[in-house]
Ligand binder design. Structure first.
Ligand code: GDP
Ligand code: ZN
Length: 334
């Protein structure tokens, strides 16, 4: 297995060049623990720790490696190693750290990076009671701000009377993002995903619990999941075989990230991210009388007129206002 299969690309190779002369190795983090990380290198899986001085220099949590990151590693005997640096991320998913209150009345928000270098996110939603356009907008906003691409997968089409209509509805809010519907529990219906798989490309699943993420994951991994485990065993010489990975090589090519934090991400981003997920509102806004129109009660608001004449749905605008407020609050507290 070479590093390209694991997503190595010129973007990372360029950053790594200065380290190469020092005999260090590039490695991808496949699992992160509190004090150590499991990484994949050209010479197999290693358990690595931070070289003490690097940890000290790390500015905050966001500078510590997470699943998907590329790091610079100094190999040591016994399938171990030391991390010397973290390479810049191509994309990054983060959330605010829950329940962190320092002292009375001083709520501190800290960014917790969940996953890095994801290329494509499958936003999975159920066509059963889970179906919720507003939630899909939220996910699209989140992915839009991360640097990754998105695909919407409407699952459980078998439980819906009018899946085509739902798919059309979602397409109107999804902009350029492709929208598919399927019955994931019928394996053959997952074939459309093959178009998105490509060697070295990292996919992740995002969606509420019960929408079918594991079903899709197992469908894609098939029986190969066992084989991947076997490879890991051979490489680790039976030493670390119990460690479970969160990055899997797919038999069809590509890498699938299955990381618990990534599955249930909450909104973290910038107000500017809304321009991407709400491109229609952004476009309308250029027709507003005031440059800084908040699209509430201002005179000459092109967005409000679009709601009045029925070209923009009122609930979509509501959802936009809600997300905007949430993001503004986050930004202020950060
Ligand atoms: P996760 O929590 O998102 O990982 O969801 P799971 O993959 O565990 O699926 C939750 C439940 O939905 C399981 O009982 C699945 O068998 C079922 N399920 C998954 N895909 C489909 C589908 O396309 N149609 C129906 N009817 N059920 C499905
Ligand atoms: Zn306006």
């Amino acid at each position: 297995m070479n590093l390209d299969d694991w997503g190595w690309s010129p973007f990372f190779a360029e950053q790594f060049a200065p380290w190469q002369e020092r005999g260090l190795l590039p490695a991808r983090v496949i699992r992160g623990e509190k004090n150590y990380f499991r990484v994949w290198t050209e010479s197999g899986e290693l358990t690595v720790r931070f070289a003490g001085k690097i940890r000290h220099h790390a500015g905050g949590r966001a500078d510590l490696p997470v699943v998907g990151d590329w790091v610079v590693v100094e190999p040591q005997p016994d399938q171990r190693g030391l991390i010397h640096a973290l390479l810049e991320r191509k994309s990054c998913f983060a959330r605010n750290l829950p329940g962190r209150r320092k002292g009375k009345g001083r709520e501190r928000i800290e960014q917790q990076v969940i996953a890095a270098n994801v290329d494509l996110v499958l936003i999975v939603c159920g066509l059963d009671r889970d179906y919720n356009l507003r939630r899909i907008e939220r996910y699209l906003t989140l992915v839009g701000g991360s640097g990754a691409e998105a695909v919407v997968v409407l699952n459980k089409a078998d439980l819906c009377d009018k899946p085509e209509q739902r798919q059309a509805e979602v397409t109107t809010i999804a902009g350029e993002t492709p929208v598919h519907s399927c019955v994931a529990k019928e394996n053959s219906q997952l074939d459309f995903l093959f178009d998105y798989l490509q060697s070295g490309k990292t996919l992740a699943l995002l969606g509420s619990s019960g929408v079918g993420k594991s079903t899709i994951l197992n469908g894609l991994l098939g029986e190969e999941k066992q084989k991947i485990g076997a490879v890991s065993e051979a490489v680790g010489k039976g030493r670390h075989t119990t460690t479970h990975r969160e990055l899997f090589l797919l038999p069809q090519g590509g890498i699938l990230m299955d990381n618990p934090g990534m599955r249930e991400l909450h909104l973290w981003g910038e107000e500017e991210d809304l321009a991407e997920s709400f491109g229609d509102i952004d476009k309308l806004a250029s027709g507003c009388k005031f440059n800084d129109c908040a699209h509430q009660t201002e005179p000459g608001c092109a967005v409000q007129s679009a709601v009045k004449n029925g070209t923009l749905s009122g609930s979509r605008l509501e959802s936009y206002h809600k997300l905007k407020k949430e993001l503004a609050n986050l930004q202020r507290r950060r």
